[in-house]
Write a protein that binds this ligand. Sequence first.
Ligand SMILES: [Fe+2]
Length: 286
Amino acid sequence: MRPLQERGHTSQLDPEASASGTNPLRVLQLSDPHLLRQGHGRYRGRTPLAQLRHGLEQALAALEVSPDLLLISGDLCQDESWGGYVQLRNLLTDSGLTLALLPGNHDHPLLLQAVMGRHAVLAPAELWLGTWRLLMLSSHRSGDCGGWLGTGQRAWLRQRLLQESSPTLVAVHHPPLPIGDPGFDAIGLRDGAELARILSEASSPALLLCGHVHQHWQGWLGGEPGSPVLACPSTLCAFGAVQPCPLGRSEDPGGRLLELHHDGRWSQRLLRWSPWPETAAADPAA
Ligand SMILES: [Fe+2]
C-alpha cells in the first residue's frame, strides 16, 4: 500500500511516493461492489467478490501506470457483515494500492472501521493528493436507503472549503441531486441542497464523485458552471441508464479514472469491462 502521512486530522500521500513533475495524479474510482459474508455467495445473480476482483484487474490492465489512489464509493458490503469486510480487506490489501473508502446505504460503518480502519482512509476524512485535496463524506444513515450528511459534517465541509482554496474533489455515495430516475431520486442525498449551497460558497467549483446509481451519469450541482457531478458504474451490476453510455456499454460493469493535474485541471475516463463469467460451480447454493 502506498504510504500516507498524517497531517493533523487529515492524511496525505507521501510526496516522495506521489507522481512527480508534470504527471497528473490518478484516482481510480470503483463503486458498489455489494460484497457478502461468504466469498462465493451470489447477489443479483452474480458473485460480488469475483466481480470486484475481476473489475479491479480489468481496470488496472486498462491503465498504463498504477493509480495513486483507489476510491470505492460505497455499498461495499450488501449484508453489512464482518465477513464481507474481511473479504474486502483481503482483496484490497493484496493489491498494494492506497485505499479510500466511503460507506453507502448498504454498509455498516462501525464494522467497516473495525476491519478496514488500519488499511484505508475512511469517510469522513480529508486526504491530500499533491495540490488536490479529497474531501470524503459519509452519507450513510442507519435504516434509510437515502443519504444524509448531517449538520456536523456539513459544518466541517464548510470550514475546510473556506480555510483552503486548493482544487477539490468531494466524494459521497449518494448523488446530491436528482438524476432523472424516480426510484433513485427518492433515495438520493436528502440534504443535497444544503451541500450545493456550501459548495457554491467555495472559491472555486469542486468536482463531485458519487456511486449508488450503478451507472455512468454526469451533471452539474447548482447548474452549469457549478460543481460537476460524476456518478460511477458498479463493479457488480448495472441499473437502467438515464444517460447514454459514452462507450455504448451501459449494461456492463465499470469504473472511472480521474487525472488530476497540479495546476487544478482534471480529466476523466469511463472504464467498462465484460462481467466475470459466472458459472454454476461458483455458487454451491445455486
Ligand atoms: Fe449499490
